[in-house]
Write a protein that binds this ligand. Structure first.
Ligand code: DSN
Length: 416
């Protein structure tokens, strides 16, 4: 019998076990995180990690693909069925490589690209300056309105007409409101741009019918697979039929080598889970929880960017509390509430020391928490932010959190 991990490498085994306990005993509020199921974790930790498979099913550069071809075809077929997509590529290593493949498929260095600016809730790979996408392409960022923090479609249209982008991105990482994909389609058509919807954050909501779908509207839809979709860490691209060949060529051989077959299998499993009727209930409950949490926070005096949420996340602007986002997020962490500090639109502080904290409900919903628990989370958040320098209060909250999380064990984790 081969020695187990705890025999071969007790240090790593211990750290993994500690992480299991941390994940089980704290409240996971980072909106881009979730708990993958045991089935997803099993596929992800399988022998498929041993295999090289450059190419696509039945057109590989290595032999021995009997299982791999079938697995990749299943993953593609399920993703297409889940989203109603004409074409799917499940090989991107994650969301950023998926977006980079889109640049490679349609744009040349120096071309104009447009996306929501990072400070307004956009993603680095939508053309932000420090990313390769902002260095190799001429990036024009649109923002959100100062009064309601919504994307200003008039501004998007005016900028698009002025700069004629090759790629127009919609989607973001800290945008708590619904995306109007048909409106972006009409702007893209007016200026001849390729419309790219990055649904990394909301893929599970789209799959479950809790957010409108851009599939069939956008030319290309990119996503990660591990956020609201609850799969393994991975990426995917869906495209209209006329763009299928360009996307596939850009992913391989354009950008990547061999696909991560263990991830492909786990994406297939996650898609199978998301195709079950219960996933619609899950997606709906994520949004119901998010709205309940937002309302309970507002009741407790917090200011929310845009005044609330339509989706799985909310962004707290802690300027009125006079507590920097980083100080608040670290105090919350010590209290067992794991969130991340984040810039808010028009932030007067720097990105590494911003005014906001970003929270979300995909993970707590995976644990079975509902509206009553959202009120508890809001109350703990208030107490933790108020007592950010009081270790005794933070420890007391962490104890209360552990008592409640014991009643809501997360999927995929063998310890309580
Ligand atoms: N890092 C992801 C997030 O937390 O939103 C986006 O890439």
């Amino acid at each position: 019998m081969e020695p187990s991990l705890s025999t071969v490498d007790p240090e790593i085994a211990r750290l993994i076990h500690e992480e299991e306990r941390r994940e089980a005993r704290t409240i996971r509020l980072i909106p881009s995180e979730n708990y993958a199921s045991r089935a997803v974790l099993e596929a992800s930790g399988s022998v498929l990690t041993n295999k090289y498979s450059e190419g696509y099913a039945h057109k590989r550069y290595y032999e021995g693909q009997q299982s791999i071809d079938a697995i990749e075809e299943l993953a593609i077929e399920r993703i297409k069925r889940l989203f109603g997509a004409a074409h799917a590529n499940v090989q991107p290593y994650s969301g950023s490589p998926a977006n980079l493949a889109v640049y490679l498929a349609f744009a040349k260095p120096g071309d104009v690209v447009m996306g929501l600016g990072l400070p307004a809730g956009g993603h680095l790979t939508h053309g932000w300056g420090v990313s390769i996408t902002g260095k190799y392409f001429k990036s024009v960022a649109y923002g959100v309105r100062k009064d309601d923090h919504r994307v200003d479609l008039d501004e998007v249209r005016a900028l698009a007409k002025e700069h004629r982008p090759r790629l127009l991105f919609c989607g973001g990482t800290a945008y708590p409101r619904t995306w109007d994909f048909p409106a972006f389609r009409s702007i893209a058509d007016e200026v001849g741009a390729i419309l790219v919807a990055d649904i990394a954050h909301i893929a599970g909501l789209v799959a479950g019918g809790a957010h409108p779908s851009p599939v069939g509207i956008a030319d290309v839809v990119t996503s990660t697979t591990h956020k609201t979709l609850r799969g393994p860490r991975g990426g995917m691209i869906m495209a209209k039929p006329e763009h299928a060949a360009a996307i596939d060529k850009a992913v391989f051989p354009g950008l990547q080598g061999g696909p991560h077959n263990h991830t492909t299998a786990a994406i297939a499993v996650a898609a199978q889970e998301a195709l079950q009727p219960s996933f619609k209930d899950y997606a709906r409950q994520i949004v119901a929880n998010s709205k309940a949490l937002a309302a309970a926070l507002i009741e407790r005096g917090f200011t929310l960017v845009s005044g609330g949420t339509d989706n799985h996340m909310a962004l707290l602007d802690l300027t009125p509390q006079g507590v920097p986002g980083k100080v608040a997020a670290r105090a919350m962490d010590r209290a067992g509430l794991v969130a991340n500090y984040n810039s808010v639109p028009f932030d007067t502080r720097k990105p590494f020391d911003p005014s906001g904290v970003r929270i979300g409900t995909p993970a707590v919903t995976s644990c079975g928490m509902k509206e009553p628990e959202m009120v508890l989370i809001a109350e703990w958040t208030k107490r933790a932010v108020d007592a950010h320098a009081d270790e005794a209060v933070l420890a007391k909250i962490a104890g209360e959190v552990a008592e409640v999380t014991a009643r809501f064990p997360p999927p995929g984790i063998p310890v309580g």
